[in-house]
Design a protein around this ligand. Structure first.
Ligand code: ATP
Ligand code: MG
Length: 432
C-alpha cells in the first residue's frame, strides 16, 4: 500500500514555515506498514492543488492532504478536491450545526465566511474536528473509467488539529486499507570507517530490493545503518528485523557501537561504569571537547576524574610534564608528546585511563610533513597489579589524518579518542 502526502500553504512553499506535518505523517504511516511514495508541497492556488491531486491519485492508494481548509479566500483545498472529483461542494448539515453552536457558545453570530468550512464534495464523508472549526474530508476518488481509485483524506494545516484528527479518524482507515502490515525500523551506529567502506563490508545486505532493507546515512562522521522491515505482521517484522541486525553485526562486528538513540559517549560511559574504570584527559587541539563529551552523560562523576587543556607548549610542560626536549625534537603534534600527556594526565589524576589529543585543526599551522587534520591520540592505562609485572605503564598512540574544516577535525578527534577507549574497554583491537 502506498501513500502520498500533500501539504498546502503559501507559507510552506515560501519556506516561512517548515513542513513538520509531512514528517510526522510519514512516521505514523510507516508504523502501520504504509510506504510513502512522495511528499508534495504546493501554494494556496486552486489550479496547483488540483494538479497535485490529479497527479497523485494515480500513484497511490491513499492521498493525505493537510492545509487550505480555513475560512478565508486563500483556503482552496475543498474547491480543488471537488473539481478533481468532478462533483459539487455541498454543505454538511451536521457540521454547520456544530459551527453555529460553536459561535453561539462564544456569544457571536457565525460569520458567513465560515460556511465554507462545512462544505464537503458530494458523496464524501465529513470528519469531525474536535479542535477547530474546519471539518475534515474523507473522500474516494474514482476515475471516469473506474480504473483509478484513491482514498483521499483532507485535514487542517494546524499541526495540533491535524494530529488529533489523523490519530482519531484517519489512522484507523489507513490501518484497515494496509491490512495489518507493519514497518519496523532500527538504526545501528558505527564510527571509524567511511560510508563506502561500511557499504563494502555489508555487501548484499544493502541490495535495494531486500526486505528488511539496509541503507546508510552519515552525520558527524557517524555512519548509521537504517534497517526497515516491512511485513504483514508485527511478529514477522520484529523477527526479520532482528535477523538482519544480526547479519549486520556479523559483517561489521564491534564497529557497531550502538542503536537508535545511543551516543558514542553514552556507550563509552556505560562501559567505564560496568568495568569500574575512571578516566582523565589531556587535550590540546580539541580544547576540552573530549572532556565535554565524556561529561555529557548524567552520572559522569563516577568515571570522569579531571581533564587538562594544555594548549601551549608551556602548559604541556608545566601541567603534563612533557619534556621540552621531546617537544623540541618531535613537535607538539607527535606521538611521543601525546604519550607523555596521556601518561601524566592519568598518573596525576589517579585515574585508570588517560586520554590525550594533540593535532592541527587548521585552517593554518599545517606543514607538508604534518598537514592540517593531522591528529595524534594517546591512550594510557594503569599497569595491571599482578606479580611479575614490571616496567612503565602502557600507552598506545596513533596518528590520524582527518578531513574537513576546524570544527570537523576537532569533532572527529574527540570521537576517535572515545573510540580508542571503547575498543580498549571491549578488549578488542581497532579494525582501522
Ligand atoms: P485551517 O487549519 O484553519 O483549516 P489551514 O489548514 O490552511 O487552515 P492555515 O491557517 O493556513 O491552516 O495554517 C495554520 C497554521 O498551521 C499556520 O501557522 C501554518 O504555518 C501551520 N501549518 C500549516 N501547514 C503546516 C505544515 N504542513 N507543517 C507545519 N505547520 C503547518
Ligand atoms: Mg493555509
Amino acid at each position: 500500500m502506498r501513500a502520498i502526502i500533500l501539504s498546502i500553504g503559501d507559507e510552506l512553499v515560501l519556506g516561512q514555515t517548515v513542513d513538520t506535518n509531512s514528517a510526522w505523517l510519514s512516521q505514523q504511516l510507516a508504523a502501520v506498514g504504509c510506504a510513502v511514495a512522495a511528499h508534495l508541497t504546493v501554494a494556496d492556488e486552486q489550479r496547483a492543488i488540483e494538479q497535485a491531486m490529479e497527479e497523485s491519485v494515480g500513484r497511490c492508494d491513499v492521498l493525505i492532504v493537510s492545509g487550505g481548509i480555513g475560512p478565508t479566500d486563500d483556503d482552496l483545498t475543498r474547491q480543488a478536491l471537488a473539481a478533481v472529483m468532478n462533483v459539487s461542494l455541498e454543505p454538511n448539515e451536521t457540521w454547520l450545526a456544530e459551527l453555529h453552536k460553536f459561535f453561539e457558545a462564544r456569544g457571536r453570530r457565525m460569520p458567513e465566511a465560515n460556511r465554507i468550512q462545512a462544505m464537503i464534495p458530494r458523496g464524501a464523508a465529513m470528519i469531525f474536528n474536535h479542535n477547530g472549526t474546519a471539518a475534515g474530508i474523507d473522500a474516494t476518488y474514482v476515475s471516469g473509467d473506474q480504473k483509478t481509485i484513491c482514498r483521499v483524506f483532507v485535514m487542517p494545516g494546524v499541526p495540533k488539529e491535524m494530529k488529533a484528527m489523523f490519530t482519531r479518524d484517519v489512522l484507523p482507515h489507513v490501518k484497515q486499507i494496509s491490512g495489518g502490515a507493519v514497518i519496523l525500523s532500527r538504526t545501528l551506529h558505527t564510527f571509524g570507517l567511511g560510508e563506502s567502506a561500511v557499504a563494502e563490508k555489508l555487501g548484499d545486505l544493502m541490495r535495494r530490493d531486500r526486505n528488511p532493507s539496509v541503507g546508510t546515512t552519515v552525520t558527524g562522521g557517524v555512519v548509521s545503518l537504517r534497517v526497515n522491515a516491512r511485513f504483514d505482521s508485527m511478529d514477522e517484522a520484529s523477527r526479520r528485523l532482528r535477523e538482519t541486525e544480526d547479519d549486520c553485526r556479523a559483517a561489521l562486528g564491534e564497529l557497531i557501537y550502538g542503536l537508535d538513540d545511543d551516543t558514542l559517549q553514552g556507550v563509552v560511559a556505560a562501559l567505564l561504569v560496568a568495568n569500574k574504570k575512571t578516566v582523565a584527559t589531556g587535550e590540546s587541539c580539541t580544547g576540552g571537547l573530549l572532556a565535554k563529551m565524556l561529561t555529557d552523560v548524567a552520572g559522569s562523576s563516577v568515571y570522569f576524574e579531571r581533564g587538562w587543556i594544555t594548549y601551549s607548549n608551556r602548559a604541556k610542560e608545566e601541567q603534563l610534564q612533557v619534556e621540552p626536549e621531546v617537544l623540541a625534537e618531535h613537535g607538539a603534534v607527535s606521538e611521543p608528546v601525546v604519550m607523555a600527556m596521556a601518561h601524566w594526565a592519568r598518573y596525576q589524576a589517579g585515574a585508570y585511563y588517560g586520554v590525550a589529543i594533540s593535532g592541527i585543526a587548521g585552517p593554518t599551522g599545517g606543514t607538508p610533513q604534518k598537514p592540517v587534520g593531522t591528529v595524534c591520540i594517546g591512550l594510557g592505562w594503569r599497569r595491571p597489579h599482578e606479580p611479575g609485572t614490571v616496567g612503565p605503564d602502557p600507552v598506545v598512540t596513533r596518528t590520524f589524518l582527518f578531513p574537513g574544516d576546524r570544527e570537523m577535525i576537532r569533532d572527529r578527534s574527540a570521537k576517535m579518542a572515545l573510540t580508542m577507549l571503547r575498543y580498549h574497554l571491549l578488549g578488542k583491537p581497532m579494525p582501522f
